[in-house]
Design a protein around this ligand. Structure first.
Ligand SMILES: [Mn+2]
Length: 265
C-alpha cells in the first residue's frame, strides 16, 4: 500500500514521475512543486520533459528564487542517492543534444524503459512525438503557444478574483479542455496514438507528459499514464512498493491552502 501519513506527512514510493514543470515560465507553480518534493521520498525519479521552459525564456527571461530552489532540491535528492533520469521535452529540447551524458547522478536520455516491481515494462517518453495525432485538431490551436499564454493569463486573473472573493482555486484551462468537445476528441486521439505506439513496441504501458492532462487509464491489457504538469493540474505519478502506479494531486482547490494529497488509481 501507498504510505501516506496525513496531509503533511511523507509520501514514500519506489519511483516518481514529474513533467511539464515549466521552470522559467511565469505560470510554473514552483512553490507547490517544492513543497511536494520536500514531502516525497523515492528511489528513482524520471523528469519527463518540459522541466525548464527554454522556449518561454526566449520571449521573456523569468527565473525567481523558487525555480532555483526546485533545481537545488532535485540536486539534493540526486546527491542523496536518488537515480534521476531527465528526458527532455519540446520546451527543453536544447538538452536533447546531451543524450547519453550524465551530470552527477542525473542521466539525460531521449526516452526510457521502466520495469515496475510487478514486472511490467513501460515506455517513458515526454510525448511530443505524438503531436501528429492532434496536429489538425482544434486542440492544437487551443494549446498553441500564444493562445495558451492568453488562456493562462485569463486563468490567473480569474483566480486572483476568486482568491479576493474567498473562492477556491479553479483551473480555467482544465475546465475548457474537458468542456470543448474538439479538445476532448484531440486528447482521445493523442491517447489512442500513444497506446498504439507503446503496444506495437511490445510494452505493457506508456508514461508520458506533454498534454497537461493527468490520467491513468487502462486500455484492455495496456496502461496509459500521463503524469500531468505543474502549470495547471500540479500532479505527479508514483509507483508504490507493489508496482502499482498512482496519480497524486498534492495541490488542490485553494491556491492559498497548504498542499493536500489525493490519490486516484
Ligand atoms: Mn511538452
Amino acid at each position: 500500500m501507498l504510505d501516506v501519513k496525513g496531509r503533511n506527512g511523507l509520501i514514500e514510493c519506489e519511483t516518481l514521475w514529474l513533467s511539464d514543470t515549466h521552470l522559467g515560465n511565469v505560470h510554473s507553480k514552483a512553490d507547490f512543486l517544492l513543497a511536494f518534493l520536500k514531502r516525497v521520498r523515492c528511489k528513482r525519479l524520471y523528469l519527463v520533459g518540459d522541466i525548464v521552459d527554454v522556449w518561454s525564456m526566449h520571449r521573456r527571461m523569468y527565473w525567481p528564487e523558487a525555480h532555483n530552489a526546485v533545481l537545488r532540491r532535485l540536486l539534493k535528492m540526486s546527491r542523496a542517492g536518488v537515480e534521476i533520469i531527465y528526458i527532455p521535452g519540446n520546451h527543453d529540447m536544447n538538452f536533447r543534444e546531451f543524450e547519453g551524458e550524465a551530470f552527477g547522478n542525473v542521466k539525460i536520455q531521449l526516452e526510457a524503459v521502466h520495469t515496475t516491481r510487478d514486472g511490467r515494462r513501460f515506455l517513458v517518453t515526454h510525448g511530443d512525438e505524438l503531436d501528429f495525432a492532434v496536429r489538425y485538431s482544434r486542440m492544437n490551436r487551443l494549446i498553441g503557444d500564444a493562445a495558451y499564454s492568453l488562456l493562462m493569463m485569463a486563468s490567473r486573473l480569474c483566480n486572483k478574483w476568486r482568491a479576493l472573493t474567498g473562492r477556491p482555486y479553479w483551473s480555467l484551462s482544465t475546465w475548457m479542455k474537458s468542456h470543448v468537445v474538439q479538445a476532448e476528441q484531440a486528447i482521445i486521439a493523442y491517447q489512442d496514438a500513444a497506446v498504439t505506439m507503446g503496444r506495437e513496441a511490445g510494452y505493457d504501458g506508456i508514461i508520458c507528459g506533454h498534454l497537461h492532462h493527468p490520467v491513468v487509464q487502462q486500455y484492455e491489457d495496456f496502461l496509459y499514464c500521463n503524469d500531468g504538469d505543474w502549470v495547471e493540474s500540479c500532479t505527479a505519478l508514483i509507483e508504490d512498493e507493489h508496482g502499482v502506479l498512482h496519480l497524486v494531486h498534492p495541490v488542490e482547490e485553494s491556491e492559498m491552502s497548504l498542499p493536500r494529497l489525493q490519490i486516484a488509481a
